[in-house]
Design a protein around this ligand. Structure first.
Ligand SMILES: NC(=O)c1ccc[n+]([C@@H]2O[C@H](COP(=O)([O-])OP(=O)(O)OC[C@H]3O[C@@H](n4cnc5c(N)ncnc54)[C@H](O)[C@@H]3O)[C@@H](O)[C@H]2O)c1
Length: 330
């Protein structure tokens, strides 16, 4: 029997609610309660068929609820997560795991001491395009990986509680390490711009350096007016390159062009060979559903999820250091 308490039914929590409702119907979970401080919001979302409350403590006291899913503002992740762990519930918490490395350390320690699952919403680990890229990296399809870059750009009202590094950059800092199979880059450096709210960066550029001269770059911006929402990841290798549009869940683009150096072709100057773009299709999967399914599976099997508490803690450590010092070194 698996009972889930969803806490926070705001902008992103609504998507969690939709997935949990479907999983309840499909019999993947057995019980479901929604909770939000905003009574009108939670009542409307729950409708006639889902139990709801405005009091988190009711969820913690409910014996039919084994696990919580915390989708509340980021500065509440630590206190709400800790309360749930201390009463024996498993915890999924949206990214960032916490808003400081000290809190992340304490939350992870509490989960370890209490034998609880603590999972973090590093959604892009569950994106089918990224799963394909990871498979291709493992197969050696890209040859020598040169670099990766990400653009996350939109024109939207900036969040009041955190800047783009905790909100968006946290994804890249985690994802590039995940793709390359390491805990940390050798170094991560950032630049940032704060234009509207003091102390909250609305723009950031990230550079990460790894072994073998592999690098990763990212642009994170909430005030990029000429593009609609752009969310792309590109990886460039000696044999081929690929691009993931995060909005697409059923395909990636591949590029078969190579730059042949004189060592490859015997010519005195490098030449470009090939260069056609193809779509590579696979079965569509919604990343959030995949992520929540992993949570349910881990609640049942007690295995660690793909987005476990340790990657959540490492990512917070990197963001914190980058914001404080402009760089992170392990
Ligand atoms: N993984 C992703 O891609 C992704 C995307 C968007 C947001 N997020 C994360 O999700 C979290 C929520 O973001 P959002 O945009 O939905 O925020 P939001 O402000 O729209 O919603 C938060 C909700 O939590 C409720 N809430 C706050 N404290 C509560 C408490 N103690 N008990 C019950 N309800 C409470 C609020 O009333 C509100 O309805 C943030 O941490 C954000 O970083 C993750």
């Amino acid at each position: 029997m698996t009972g889930i308490g969803l806490v926070g039914t705001g902008y992103w929590g609504k998507n969690h609610a939709r997935n949990w409702r479907e999983m309840l119907k499909e019999g993947i979970i057995d019980d479901l309660v929604f909770c939000d401080l905003d009574e009108g919001r939670v009542k409307e979302l729950a409708g006639d068929d889902i139990r709801w409350t405005t009091d988190y403590k009711e969820i913690l006291a409910d014996p039919s609820i084994d696990a919580v899913d915390i989708v509340t503002p980021s500065n509440t992740h630590y206190p709400l997560g800790l309360m749930a762990i201390s009463v024996g519930k498993d915890v999924f918490v949206e990214k960032p795991l916490t808003m400081s490395s000290d809190e992340a350390k304490k939350l992870v320690q509490a989960a370890e001491e209490n034998g609880r699952i603590l999972m973090v919403g590093h959604l892009f680990r569950y994106h089918p395009g990224i799963a394909k890229i990871r498979e291709m990296i493992k197969n050696g399809d890209f040859g020598k990986i040169y670099y990766m870059y990400t653009n996350r750009m939109a024109y939207s009202v900036p969040r009041p509680d955190m800047g783009v590094m905790y909100a968006l950059g946290v994804h890249e800092l985690d994802l590039y390490c995940y793709l390359l199979g390491v805990d940390y880059p050798n170094v991560a450096k950032i630049t940032k711009g704060s234009f509207l709210q003091p102390g909250i960066e609305e723009f950031s550029s990230i550079l990460m350096e790894f072994d073998d001269n592999v690098s990763g770059y990212a642009i994170e911006s909430w005030i990029s007016p000429f593009d609609k929402k752009i969310r792309t990841f590109t990886i460039i290798g000696s044999e081929m390159s690929a691009k993931v549009d995060y909005m697409k869940h059923d395909s990636i683009e591949t590029f078969d062009g190579r730059i042949l150096t004189s060592a490859d072709n015997g010519h005195s100057t490098p030449v470009v060979s090939g260069g056609s773009v193809s779509e590579l299709y696979f079965p569509a999967k919604e990343p959030l559903r995949e992520e929540l399914l992993d949570y349910v599976n881990c609640i049942k099997t007690r295995k660690q999820p793909l987005a476990d508490m340790y990657c959540g803690k490492r990512a917070v450590r990197m963001v914190e250091s980058c914001l404080e010092k402009g760089y992170f070194e392990p």
